[in-house]
Design a protein around this ligand. Structure first.
Ligand code: NAG
Ligand code: NAG
Ligand code: NAG
Ligand code: NAG
Ligand code: NAG
Ligand code: NAG
Length: 406
C-alpha cells in the first residue's frame, strides 16, 4: 500500500519514504541498460473478402529470436489476443468462415504451434456509467448509482482502414451503440487507439507511460457522448483470459514524483504468473481534456479481479477462435473520476491509457533532472558532515602539533 491518506492515488498527498528514494537511486542505473531491444513492427488489417468489412488488426513485432502477435478486433466487444512465440518466423493464419461461425475455434491460429510461449487476451465488455450525485465517499464501490451499462458487443465500429498510420504504428477503432434511442452518442463516440513500438521510449502525452518494443499501448477515449446525469462517472468492465486457472495478480508499484508524471506515485499492474509472461500496466489517472495535464486529471480506481463464468459475458469471437472453450476468465471494473474535482462533465471528454506487453514490465527510472536534484539534495548534508569532520581532524592535528611543541 501507498501509506498515504488517499488510497491508491493522490496529487501531492503523499511522498515516497526515504528508503524508497534511496532504493530507486541505487537501482535506477542498472535498469537503464534494459529495454534496448528493437523489433520490426508491421500492422496489417486482415480483410474478409466474402463478407461485410470487419475490423481485424494484426500487429506483428519481430525480434531477433521471437515474434509477438497482437490481434485487435471489434468483432464482438473490443478485444486483443496476445501471442508470444520463440521464433522470428511465426505467422498468424485467419480462417474467416470459421471465425464468423458459431464455433469459431481454429479461426485464428499462430503457426508453428510449438513456438508459442505464452498467450493471453483482454476484452473490454461494457462501458459503465454511474450517477455520483450525493456520493461523498470518493472511494466507494460502485462510485454511485449505476445506470444500465452500454454493452460494447452492441456497438458498431467504423472501418479502421482509414485510421491505419504506419508512421506511428497506430490504428483507431471508433464506435457508438448500434441502438441509441436516447441519442446519447449522436455527437459522440468511444475510441480505442492502438499503438505499437519498434523501440523503447515515452510519448509526449500524459500519463507518459514508458514503453518498450515488447509492448503495445491502448488509449481509450469517450468523446462527446451525452451523459445521463449531471454528475456521471464512467467506467470500463475489463475481462482477462490467460493460461492459468488463477486470475492475474493486481500489483501496485510505487514510483517517484518524477517530471514524466508529476505527482502520480503509482503504477498499477496485472501480471499473468511469473515472468516471462504478459502484463497490463497503467497509471491510476485519466484525463478530462484532450491535451490533458495536471488540472484535468481524474483518479482511476480498479476493483479487485475475480473469476467469472464465460456465459455471463459478451463473447469475443477472436478470443474463442484462438482459445476455444477455455474459460479462465477474470473480470474487474475501472472507474474514472470522483464526484468532486474535474470530470467528464467539464468537456464531455475522458481518456485513459494502458500498456499490454510481454516480459518484465518497464520500470520507470528517474529522469536525469530529478536524479541530479536528488543527488544534490541527498548528498549535500553528507558533504557538510564530511567537510565538518575534515576540518575537525585538521584542527585537532594542528592542536596536537602545538601541544607536542610545548
Ligand atoms: C538469439 O539466439 C541466439 C542463438 O540461440 C543467441 O546467440 C542470441 O544471443 C539470441 N539473441 C537474443 C537477442 O536473445
Ligand atoms: C476454413 O475452415 C473451414 C471449416 O473448417 C474449412 O472447410 C475451410 O477449408 C477452411 N479454409 C481454409 C482457407 O483453410
Ligand atoms: C441527493 O440528496 C438530496 C438531499 O438528501 C435529495 O433530496 C436528492 O434526491 C438526492 N439526489 C439523488 C440523485 O440521490
Ligand atoms: C449534436 O450536435 C448538433 C450540432 O452541433 C446539435 O444541434 C445537436 O443538438 C447535438 N445533439 C446532441 C444529442 O447533443
Ligand atoms: C442537472 O442540473 C440542472 C441545473 O443545475 C438541474 O435543473 C437538473 O435537474 C439536473 N439534472 C439531473 C438529472 O440531476
Ligand atoms: C462492474 O460494475 C457493474 C455496475 O456496477 C456491475 O454490474 C458489475 O458486476 C461489475 N463487474 C465487476 C467485474 O466487478
Amino acid at each position: 500500500m501507498c501509506g498515504c491518506s488517499e488510497p491508491g492515488w493522490g496529487w501531492g498527498h503523499c511522498a515516497p519514504g526515504p528508503m524508497l528514494l534511496l532504493g530507486l537511486l541505487l537501482f535506477s542505473a542498472p535498469f537503464r541498460l534494459l529495454g534496448e531491444e528493437t523489433r520490426l513492427v508491421s500492422l496489417e488489417v486482415i480483410p474478409d473478402h466474402s463478407g461485410p468489412p470487419e475490423n481485424l488488426l494484426h500487429i506483428r513485432a519481430v525480434g531477433a529470436n521471437s515474434t509477438l502477435h497482437y490481434v485487435w478486433s471489434s468483432l464482438g466487444p473490443p478485444a486483443v489476443v496476445l501471442v508470444a512465440t520463440n521464433t522470428p518466423d511465426s505467422l498468424l493464419s485467419v480462417n474467416w468462415s470459421l471465425l464468423l461461425s458459431s464455433e469459431p475455434y481454429g479461426g485464428l491460429v499462430v503457426l508453428p504451434k510449438d513456438s508459442i510461449q505464452f498467450s493471453s487476451a483482454v476484452v473490454f465488455t461494457r462501458l459503465l456509467e454511474f450517477d455520483s450525485t450525493n456520493m461523498s465517499d470518493a472511494t466507494a464501490e460502485p462510485p454511485g448509482r449505476p445506470y444500465p451499462p452500454y454493452s460494447l458487443a452492441e456497438f458498431s465500429w467504423d472501418s479502421i482502414n482509414n485510421t491505419l498510420d504506419l508512421a506511428t504504428l497506430s490504428a483507431t477503432f471508433q464506435g457508438r451503440p448500434t441502438h441509441d434511442p436516447t441519442k446519447a452518442f449522436a455527437n459522440g463516440s468511444l475510441t480505442f487507439r492502438v499503438q505499437a513500438f519498434s523501440r523503447s521510449g515515452r510519448p509526449t502525452q500524459p500519463p507518459r507511460l514508458l514503453h518498450t518494443a515488447d509492448t503495445c499501448q491502448l488509449e481509450v477515449a469517450l468523446d462527446g457522448a451525452s451523459p445521463r446525469g449531471n454528475h456521471s462517472l464512467f467506467g470500463l468492465e475489463v475481462v482477462t483470459l490467460g493460461p492459468a486457472p488463477d486470475c492475474p495478480t493486481m500489483k501496485e508499484q510505487h514510483s517517484i514524483d518524477d517530471e514524466y508524471a508529476p505527482a502520480v506515485f503509482q503504477l498499477n499492474q496485472l501480471l499473468w504468473g511469473a515472468a516471462p509472461s504478459a502484463f497490463v500496466q497503467w497509471r491510476p489517472v485519466a484525463f478530462s481534456q484532450k491535451h490533458g495535464g495536471r488540472e484535468s486529471s481524474l483518479p482511476c480506481q480498479a476493483s479487485p479481479l475475480h473469476s467469472t463464468l464465460a456465459y455471463s459475458l459478451p463473447q469475443s469471437p477472436i478470443v474463442r477462435a484462438f482459445f476455444g472453450s477455455q474459460n479462465n476468465f477474470c473480470a474487474f471494473n475501472l472507474t474514472f473520476g470522483a464526484s468532486t474535482g474535474p470530470g467528464y462533465w467539464d468537456q464531455n471528454y475522458l481518456s485513459w491509457s494502458m500498456l499490454l506487453g510481454v516480459g518484465t514490465p518497464p520500470v520507470d527510472t528517474l529522469s536525469p533532472l530529478v536524479l541530479g536534484i536528488m543527488v544534490v539534495a541527498l548528498g549535500a548534508p553528507w558533504l557538510l558532515l564530511l567537510g565538518g569532520l575534515v576540518i575537525l581532524l585538521l584542527h585537532h592535528k594542528r592542536y596536537s602539533k602545538y601541544q607536542s611543541l610545548n
